[in-house]
Structure formats: C-alpha cells, structure tokens
Design a protein around this ligand. Structure first.
Ligand code: UDP
Ligand code: MG
Length: 239
C-alpha cells in the first residue's frame, strides 16, 4: 500500500493530441514513487474529440486511475478546478495543464520539496534557479514577465512566479483557499498565493522549465490580459 494519496486535476479543452502523451508521461514518472495517484480529467466540451480520447485513456489505464468528468461545455479553468477538487480522493492535489507545458517529471520534485520544509503548497517557478520558459514569442514573454513584475511590485509576495498554475497543494489547504478566492483567469493563480500567505500557509518553490504547447491553441488573448490587469488592481484594493 502506497502511503501518500495524490489527485492530479487535468482540465482539458481541445487537447486531443496532448492528452495521451501527458497521461503516458504521468505514469512514466510516478510509477516508481511512493504515491497512490489518480488523474481527474475535467473535459470542457472540446469540439475536437478530446472526450473520446479521454474515454480511451480510461479503457487503457483503468477507471480507478483515470477519472473523467465531462462538463459538456466550455465553462473555464476556475470551475474546472472546483469540479476536480470535489471528485478528488487524494490528500494532495496537483493542478497542471494538459498541453505538455507542465512536465510530469517535476511532480516527484514537488513532493521532495514539500517534505523538506513541510510546505502546504509547492509552486513551480519559471523565474528562479534553473526555471525558464521555452518556445514563447517575444510578445508572450513580455506579457508574462510584465505580469509577474507588476504583481511583485503591487503585492510584494515571497514567491517568484505568481501566475504559473503548476502547483502541489495539501487538499485541505486548496479547499480553504478556493472558497475564499474571487478572481477569474490568470489573476486566480495570483490570488491563491496572496491568500495563502495571509493565512500563514507555508509555500515552497521548485524551478520548472515551461515549454509552450506544440498542439492546439492557448487561451491567452486580449480579454485574458485585460481581466488580469483588472485582477491585479482588484487584489491591491482588497488586500
Ligand atoms: N482549458 C480548459 N478550459 C478552457 C480553457 C483552457 O479546460 O476554457 C485547459 C486547457 O486545455 C489546458 C489548461 O486549461 O489544459 C490551460 O489552458 P491554456 O494552455 O490554453 O492556457 P495557457 O497555457 O496559454 O495559459
Ligand atoms: Mg498552455
């Protein structure tokens, strides 16, 4: 019997090509670990047939390992995390993207870090140590760097990457933080950290290399950027 139970929440929207690879990588890198894990796919009504791919993943790996929740329509990331959390059996939760930008090889490192400092949250950072970003064009790099610099100045948090979403949480901690967070879009990741610091939770960081998606399209657009800027102002006013 493995000692630590982990639920990996994987929201999908048009990830037909990426899903089999990310699942394969998760199994490859977690097989040798002392982790009893499940993958919870939250399908957002993808028109590209991701649902059928997810069903075949269940057939291959088993319904105990791959949990599938088909929401039927595009409801977005925030509610996907909530839905995933309500289904999770783990004591620990990994939130990650399904587009291969977040490599499962970092998950064991997140756990090493969590144990090392008894952290409640371990967050992947692209902006410290060996962390980095690969494959983004200059515009996207400027947006991400700008967003992080802006939030560092405005909110002064202790972590170096506020907008990344590849993180390990104790489930009880994530439940509490999700109940408090109000932001949507990229600002949500930032608010979770601000709230965690205010609540006195311990946060550790692990450098990650973030690789831009090869298949499919990012959700980042003008609307996301404007919503993020609104989110920063809103957080500064509220906290
Ligand atoms: N996603 C989702 N619903 C949406 C938009 C995105 O489930 O409405 C998923 C998507 O499939 C991916 C993750 O959320 O697994 C992050 O999305 P994306 O890669 O487009 O965002 P970015 O990396 O550009 O911030
Ligand atoms: Mg992505």
């Amino acid at each position: 019997m493995k000692s630590t139970r982990l639920s990996i929440i994987l929201p999908t929207y048009n990830e037909r090509e990426n899903l089999p690879i990310i699942i394969w990588l998760i199994f490859k890198y977690l097989k040798g670990c002392d982790l009893d894990f499940e993958v919870i796919i939250i399908e957002d009504g993808s028109p590209d047939g991701t649902l059928q791919v997810a069903q075949s993943m269940q057939d291959i790996y088993g319904a105990d390992k791959i949990v599938l929740y088909d929401r039927g329509k595009k409801l977005g990331l925030g509610t996907a995390y909530k839905a995933g959390l309500s289904l999770a059996n783990g004591d620990y939760i990994i939130l990650m993207d399904a587009d291969l930008s977040h490599h499962p090889k970092f998950i064991p490192k997140f756990f090493e870090k969590a144990k090392e400092g008894d952290y409640d949250i371990v967050t992947g950072t692209r902006y410290d140590g060996s962390g980095g970003v690969y494959g983004w064009d200059l515009k996207r790099k400027i947006i991400s760097c700008g967003a992080n610099t802006l939030t560092q100045i405005a909110l002064g948090p202790s972590v170096t990457d506020l907008t990344g979403s590849f993180r390990l949480y104790k489930k009880s901690v994530l439940n509490k933080l999700m109940a408090l967070a109000k932001s949507k879009g990229y600002a949500f990741q930032m608010e979770i950290i601000v709230l965690a610091e205010q609540s006195g939770y311990r946060i550790g960081e692990v450098p990650i290399s973030f690789v831009d998606r090869v298949y499919g399209q990012s959700k980042m657009g003008v609307e996301e950027i404007l919503r993020f800027l609104y989110g920063v102002v809103d957080l500064v006013v509220r906290y």
